[in-house]
Write a protein that binds this ligand. Structure first.
Ligand code: URA
Length: 242
């Protein structure tokens, strides 16, 4: 592939900046400084360094998206904008979201073509923590909190016909939003359909705004604005065990 395309896969800069960095002699291929963006490199055998650090090529791509409201967590959709439509990047092909957020939910969404990681994050057996900021219609009582933390009936049944209560969750009382509505953080370890909304409904409340703040070790980068994305950093990849 072209050298600038290769470099574009790392968190180095835009194509334009990369061209400038190359001109400044910051990149070398197999020990020789290379200044042209269009030379071809073999990502599997060439040793490519930037500022003296060898860049390890990964065949997978990982992006953090701040999903905005009004966009669906699907790869294709006849009607609505999808999260993939937001990625103005040639690497977007083949990416999938790790789990879904409702169209009116915003926040952290990981997009990747690493199916193994998606499986590890979503597998019900792994119980990966997800933290949601939840704006509610009215305050939760102590009884509501106790019920949510123990497990509530959200209308799901097991194969045996028994009620499939949600797993124990954690509620952290937070604050109120600008409109005075109570805000809590809800930490859950599973990912059932509309889970947060149905849990709050089970205790007679209503979710008015929902935002995912984290998934396992991955935290929403609050410097992104809704609709923006960036590649995961080396540290984040390490935390995810990639
Ligand atoms: N729970 C919900 O109800 N909706 C989401 O988008 C995510 C979790």
């Amino acid at each position: 592939m072209r050298l600038d395309k290769f470099l574009g896969q790392f968190d180095i800069g835009t194509r334009k900046q990369i061209k400038e960095y190359l001109k400044n002699g910051r990149c070398s291929v197999n020990g020789t400084v290379v200044t042209k963006p269009d030379i071809h490199v073999d990502e599997n055998t060439d040793e490519i360094s930037f500022d003296g650090n060898v860049l390890e090529y990964s065949k997978y791509h990982y992006y953090m998206l701040y999903k905005p409201q009004g966009v669906v967590s699907a790869t294709t959709d006849g009607r609505n904008t999808t999260v993939l439509d937001l990625l103005q990047d040639e690497n977007a092909k083949g990416l999938s979201p790790a789990g879904r957020l409702d169209i009116d939910t915003e926040g952290l969404l990981l997009l990747t073509d690493d199916g193994g990681l998606i499986h590890r994050l979503l597998s019900p057996k792994k119980h990966v923590d997800k933290v949601y900021e939840v704006h509610l219609d009215h305050e939760l009582s102590d009884k509501d909190i106790a019920a949510l933390e123990k497990g509530v009936n959200i209308g799901d049944t097991k194969d045996t016909g028994e009620i499939d209560y949600t797993l124990p969750a954690r509620v952290e009382l937070w604050d109120a939003d600008e409109e005075g509505r109570p805000v809590v953080h809800l930490i859950i370890h599973e990912g059932r359909f509309h889970q947060v909304k149905r849990m709050m409904e089970a205790v007679g409340n209503e979710v008015l705004f929902l935002k995912r703040l984290s998934m396992g070790p991955l935290k929403l980068d609050e410097s992104l604005v809704p609709g923006e994305y960036r590649p995961l950093s080396a540290e984040e990849l390490k935390q995810l065990g990639v």
